[in-house]
Design a protein around this ligand. Structure first.
Ligand code: FES
Ligand code: FE2
Length: 407
């Protein structure tokens, strides 16, 4: 479909060059399969994607599968206790090896002809193969994998962005919440029938929060403009010290990332007076995390690469991962993390813990799908970003920069 405001004769370089600064993306960025293929190559498969928390796979043989676009990785704890990721592609004729989402195995058995792989990825059984068959040459292929302070990341690139500086610089803020020893309390995924960029762009801005999220907007000051927010920030910063938190601000996000490195950032924003955490009435929903001695009335944003965003309250962390399924479909995975020693039923209830971001994400889904419908219209013309959409603006600039960056 070609809109009145879209020139289908332009090649991708011309389209990028014609993109008006500070404006939403042109239609073809959402509808052109050639651009989607370029995104797969230069953005989606090139970056790190959050796959959950290490606590999900405590024992040897525990595994989970992460699917992104056409790729699928098996993350498994191997014999030495090491976490690793393998391509979920059989070395015989290429079937998916693991069809379950999560579980514990001694061996992975391919459902097609029964080749078996051990939990270290080595081929362990294959019937009727010739004598000179090279078993060692048919292990599952390795997928790039890393753990950043307890969080598991996968990249479908053989030379993924470096993570050393990210680990170093985020060590202090992540230690405040004791990320290493958090545990997964709940996980939910949301299918969003819209291009993946529309899903992430929506997460990047809170211009829509006042209109779309009455519950979120009651407690989060991000829906205020900068000036109004500054006043409430001061109040929280005084409390932070007393609660055992340092005032840290890091911006290596998107275009501010060092070349060849993962982008990352950290900041803490005040909740409105009277709200202790992100819950139905702002009341505690789980035991305090890490260093916290009390509730400071804040919520921290972590950004880790292009697809993964964390919101860390004083008593729980909500992790958002937005990934493409194909050009027209995306998925939002949400992981709710609590203190490692917290017990369900005693220290937290899943309903109370997940309520706010479940209703908020359901509302976002509707907004994103409506946005997608309009973006496909022949009358769609990219409009200007507001001041409250500055993070989205930077994200879009980064996307264009990456699309143009060859290998
Ligand atoms: S494709 Fe896996 S055993 Fe044949
Ligand atoms: Fe939203």
């Amino acid at each position: 479909m070609t809109g009145a405001y879209t020139n289908s004769a332009q090649n991708v370089e011309e389209l990028i060059a014609a993109q008006k600064p500070g404006h939403a993306l042109a239609q073809r960025f959402y509808t052109d399969p050639e651009i989607y293929e370029l995104e797969v190559e230069r953005i989606i498969n090139r970056n790190w994607i959050l796959a959950g928390h290490q606590s999900e796979l405590p024992k040897a043989g525990d595994f989970k599968v992460l699917k992104v676009g056409r790729e699928s990785a098996i993350i498994v704890r191997g014999t030495g206790g090491h976490l690793r990721a393998f391509a979920n592609v059989c070395r015989h004729r290429g079937s998916l090896v693991c069809l379950e989402q999560k579980g514990r195995v001694k061996k992975f058995t391919c459902p097609y002809h029964g080749w078996m792989y051990d939990i270290d990825g080595k081929l362990a059984a294959a019937r009727d193969m010739p004598e000179d068959f090279d078993w060692d040459a048919h292990s599952l292929k390795t997928v790039s994998f890393d753990v950043i302070h307890g969080l598991m990341f996968v990249s479908f690139s053989d030379s993924p962005p470096a993570t050393e500086n990210c680990k170093k610089e985020l060590a202090e803020p992540m230690a405040m919440f004791d990320f290493e020893s958090l545990k997964l309390a709940a996980h939910k995924d949301y299918a969003i029938p819209a291009n993946w960029k529309l899903s992430i762009e929506n997460y990047q801005e809170c211009y829509h929060c006042a209109t779309a999220h009455p519950d979120y907007a009651r407690m989060h000051t991000l829906m205020l403009d900068d000036k109004k927010r500054e006043r409430v920030q001061g109040h929280m910063k005084d409390k932070m010290q007393a609660c055992g938190l340092k005032d840290i601000y890091i911006d290596r996000i998107d275009t501010a990332a060092r070349p060849g490195e993962i982008g990352y950032g950290y900041s803490r924003t005040a909740l409105f007076e009277g709200y202790l955490t992100g819950s139905r009435e702002g009341k505690p929903v789980a035991p305090l995390l890490g260093n916290f001695t009390d509730y400071d009335g804040g919520a921290s944003d972590f950004s880790l690469g292009a697809f993964s965003f964390l919101l860390a309250y004083s008593d729980h962390v909500v992790c958002y991962v937005f990934t493409p399924v194909d050009m027209d479909n995306s998925k939002c995975d949400i992981y709710w993390l609590v203190r490692g020693d917290a017990e369900e039923g005693k220290d937290y209830s899943i309903d109370e813990l997940t309520w706010l971001w479940d209703v908020t994400t359901e509302a976002d889904k509707t907004i994103i799908v409506n946005n997608s419908k309009g973006v496909h219209s022949r009358y769609y013309e990219p409009g200007p970003f507001s001041g409250m959409e500055s993070a989205e603006r930077v994200y879009v600039e980064w996307l264009l920069q990456e699309l143009e960056r060859p290998f």
